[in-house]
Design a protein around this ligand. Structure first.
Ligand code: HEC
Ligand SMILES: [Cu+2]
Length: 353
């Protein structure tokens, strides 16, 4: 009875775990649902390796079962030690060669894929984006285009985009599971990789290297839009006038408060190359606030008043005077109307399956 209870408890725990893990698979955040070049290449290798491993497993299990059934001591058999054999050259050769062949079948495509994914020879013909990882946000500088932005990386669909990545502080890792593999983002050197999305969509990105208390909140998005939409986005971003007057009076007051409360000391609006804090040029179009919060005014006020309660150890906390809820509301009003382009994540989402 006790044994049965133990088993059912394990079964219960496993089913609970299965349920929990089932919740982990977010839309567009799975390496097992590849939507881009690197992820597809990885998936092919995963399948190849898994098939070979399953084959080995099946063969071993088969031999094991045969031996177990065929050679076990039967009722009435006498106790005896079987004849001891060793040094069968043919057998030894066979079971040395088979694993070598299997490993070669895995190794050759893996090495080819590794070189293919690391190939930078076409970088100059394609869009290059300088990516900077920071505790706990991402900065994107579109090389030669005078566009600086953060958190949301817009790319043209079906095109290779080369990412030249470095870190401003500790080691991070850039990972958009459904599009591409991971790449370390180091403070000491630039690592380059390319990404290519097969279909328009908003893809979730994660920092994949423990980098501090808010590491798990270092989220970003890759937004793949059509080439025409991308061109328009580039054009709109290039024509932003940081001095433009906001439409409403509340937003205008917000702008003044934004300047008076030291926010401008860190945050740039426009193509200024400053990178100490997220560039807010198109903040009103962000998919998330600070990478993690739904983009509502309420959440933004909460962030401005107490970022520490949302992202522990972030580099904004305590670096500006306290603002009242009313002031934060006005600043939020200002920031949320920073929408320089008609091309937004919605354009990509519409095309999501
Ligand atoms: C010391 C520099 C600094 C100052 C001053 C500062 N911030 Fe920040 N801010 C940051 C950093 C760094 C982040 C990124 C935090 C993170 O995600 O870890 C950030 C994030 C944000 C974000 C989210 C951006 C995004 O792309 O999602 C908003 C909005 C914001 N700050 C508004 C403000 C406002 C308003 C003020 C002034 C009241 C201000 N900040 C003052 C450094 C600063
Ligand atoms: Cu990180």
């Amino acid at each position: 009875m006790k044994g049965w209870m133990g088993k059912s408890r394990i079964f219960f725990l496993l089913s609970l775990l299965a349920l929990l893990l089932a919740g982990c698979g977010k839309e567009n955040l799975s390496a097992l649902k590849p939507e881009g070049y690197g992820a597809e290449t990885s998936m092919d290798l995963i399948i190849l390796t898994a098939v070979i491993m399953l084959f080995v497993f099946a063969v071993v299990l088969l031999v094991y079962t045969i031996v177990l059934v065929r050679f076990r001591k039967k009722k009435g058999d006498k106790e005896f030690v079987p004849k001891q054999v060793e040094g069968n050259k043919t057998l030894e050769t066979i079971w040395t060669i088979i694993p070598i062949v299997l490993l070669l079948i895995i190794a050759v495509p893996t090495v080819i894929a590794t070189f293919d994914l690391a190939d930078k020879s076409q970088a100059e013909e394609h869009l290059n984006v300088e990516v900077t990882g920071n505790q706990y946000w991402w900065h994107f500088n579109y090389e030669g285009k005078k566009i600086q932005t953060s958190q949301d990386l817009y790319i043209p669909v079906g095109e290779k985009v080369y990412l030249n990545m470095k870190s401003s502080d500790v080691i991070h890792s850039f990972w958009v599971p459904s599009i591409s593999g991971k790449m370390d983002v180091n403070p000491t050197n630039v690592n380059t990789m390319f990404i290519k999305a097969n279909e328009e969509g908003v893809y979730y990105g994660k920092c994949a290297e423990l980098c501090g208390p808010s590491h798990s909140l270092m989220d970003f998005k890759v937004i793949a839009v059509s080439q025409e939409e991308f061109d328009q986005w580039v054009n709109d971003m290039q024509n932003v006038d940081p001095k433009a007057k906001p439409g409403s009076t509340v937003a205008q007051e917000g702008k003044t408060l934004f300047q008076e409360n030291n926010c401008m000391g860190c945050h740039a609006i426009g193509s200024s190359p400053a990178q100490v804090a997220p560039n807010l040029t198109n903040f009103g179009d962000r998919t998330k606030i600070a990478g993690v919060l739904e983009p509502t005014k309420e959440n933004l006020v909460k962030w401005i008043m107490d970022p520490e309660s949302i992202k522990e150890g972030n580099k904004m906390t305590g670096k500006y005077p306290d603002v009242s809820k009313e002031e934060a509301g006005k600043i939020a009003e200002y920031l949320m109307q920073l929408q320089p382009s008609d091309i937004t994540p919605e354009d990509a989402k519409e095309n999501n399956k």
